[in-house]
Design a protein around this ligand. Structure first.
Ligand SMILES: [Zn+2]
Length: 412
């Protein structure tokens, strides 16, 4: 028996390798397809198994959709699985409908790599899980503003509700390149099943997305560089747009003429439709040239160490764990590379699954410190000695100041 749970935006997982995810996703889509439930892989944002505590327990697969409408449509077709050992349900809780669902929203200062605020929102207080993300962001921004912090810009994924909200609030929004590139890559990969020639270009197109974003400062410049891609695919290096009239790389005659897309070919037509449609161009103009959210993703994996997914925590327990994770993160946000007693920098070799066994050299950082634990113990003693002076603060579970201030420079 397998439960396929559908989840829409509840934090993010950073600890599943790409290839694992890919093959699981393929299996799920293949199985559902064989039962007459067709799922477009480009609609899936993430797919992973939920860790189980007991051996032989029912395996649970979580699928997160990029769009709430797709999720509802799949849920409605659950009947088609009658007679199989597989059930589909909406993923609401960590443990069998036991309590309300939470969603956490973290706001990170990407320049200092520190968590400014983290909000835990309960779905039943905001009228359903769909509203949790926006509410989390709203509370974070309100909290910052109440402390006279002003966000110059904010880097997020392209969740439409969030776009609308930030526009209303008059805050400049940029998109994280990783989220943009991932969505586009899925569509390109799907098209490359029929148009083999596109396969050779998948990686270059990904790289191009990062390059366009980080090498530009304005939206039109990003778009000019991005649209030059289509010429490049045809072996043409001069472009119409005066903002980017010529490729910057040296012109090299490729030895393989089959590499290029032919004018008038189906492959070129498909590439144009996917790469240069209005929505993509609008997104490209807003890609972040400042920072990407990869350090926020690694903070999300740190949260999992304080609050493992397979353990149920009540609201207050979860909130405390999120605060601990934030304090730990902020205290250790700017660790430097470790050195040997002779003063030499220390590196290590790691073998990430995504690199298929290929080794990657990484600098080793100095050991993490835990001064926040001493601070908390000291505070606890103060509360024990004179609880009355903390009366006001005890009434609100939320810290009165953003995290960044206190824990960026914790005294040793
Ligand atoms: Zn080029």
């Amino acid at each position: 028996m397998t439960h396929v749970s559908l989840l829409y935006h509840e934090g993010r997982e950073g600890d599943h390798s790409e290839s694992e995810t890919e093959s699981l996703e393929q299996q799920v889509v293949g199985f559902l397809g064989s039962k007459g439930i067709s799922v477009d892989r480009s609609d899936i944002e993430a797919c992973h198994t939920l860790p189980t505590r007991t051996k032989g327990a029912t395996p649970v697969i979580i699928i997160r959709f990029t769009n709430r409408k797709n999720q509802i449509s799949i849920l409605k077709q659950g009947r088609k699985l009658k007679g199989t050992e597989v059930y589909i349900n909406e993923h609401l809780t960590r443990r069998n409908g036991h309590s309300a669902k939470f969603g956490s929203y973290s706001l990170m200062n990407l320049e200092s790599n520190t968590i400014m605020d983290i909000q835990l929102v309960q779905s039943n207080e905001v009228g359903g899980s769909y509203h949790m993300e926006k509410e989390g962001l709203k509370r974070c921004l309100d909290h910052l503003e109440a402390n006279r912090f002003k966000a110059d810009y904010i880097v997020t994924d392209r969740h439409p509700q969030i776009q609308k909200y930030l526009r209303e609030r008059n805050i400049t929004q940029f998109y994280d390149v990783w989220h943009f590139e991932k969505g586009l890559s899925k569509k390109l990969e799907k098209a490359s099943h029929k148009e083999d020639i596109l396969k050779k270009w998948l990686q270059s197109i990904k790289n191009h997305a990062y390059w366009c974003a980080t090498s530009s400062t304005t939206g039109p410049e990003k778009v000019a560089k991005w649209t030059s891609l289509l010429n490049h695919l045809e072996n043409v290096y001069d472009h119409e747009d005066p903002l980017f009239p010529k490729c910057l790389h040296p012109e090299r005659a490729s030895r393989d003429p089959n590499k290029w897309l032919q004018p008038g070919s189906v492959a070129l037509h498909k590439a144009e439709k996917l790469l240069l449609n209005k929505r993509v161009l609008k997104d490209v103009a807003k890609l972040s040239h400042h920072h990407q959210t990869s350090s926020l993703e690694s903070f999300h994996s740190l949260i999992l160490r304080f609050a493992p997914k397979n353990v149920f925590f009540p609201f207050m327990g979860m909130l405390c764990r999120l605060y601990l994770a934030s304090m730990h993160h902020n205290e250790n946000a700017s660790r430097v590379q470790a050195t040997t007693s002779a003063g030499q920098a220390v590196y290590k070799v790691v073998y990430p699954k995504a690199k298929m066994g290929e080794g990657v050299v990484k600098p080793v950082k100095t050991d993490p410190t835990f001064n926040y634990v001493h601070d908390l113990m000291r505070l606890l003693m103060e509360v024990f000695e004179d609880p009355t002076s903390f009366d006001e603060e005890m009434k609100t579970p939320h810290p009165s100041r953003p995290f960044g201030r206190k824990y960026t420079h914790s005294e040793g």
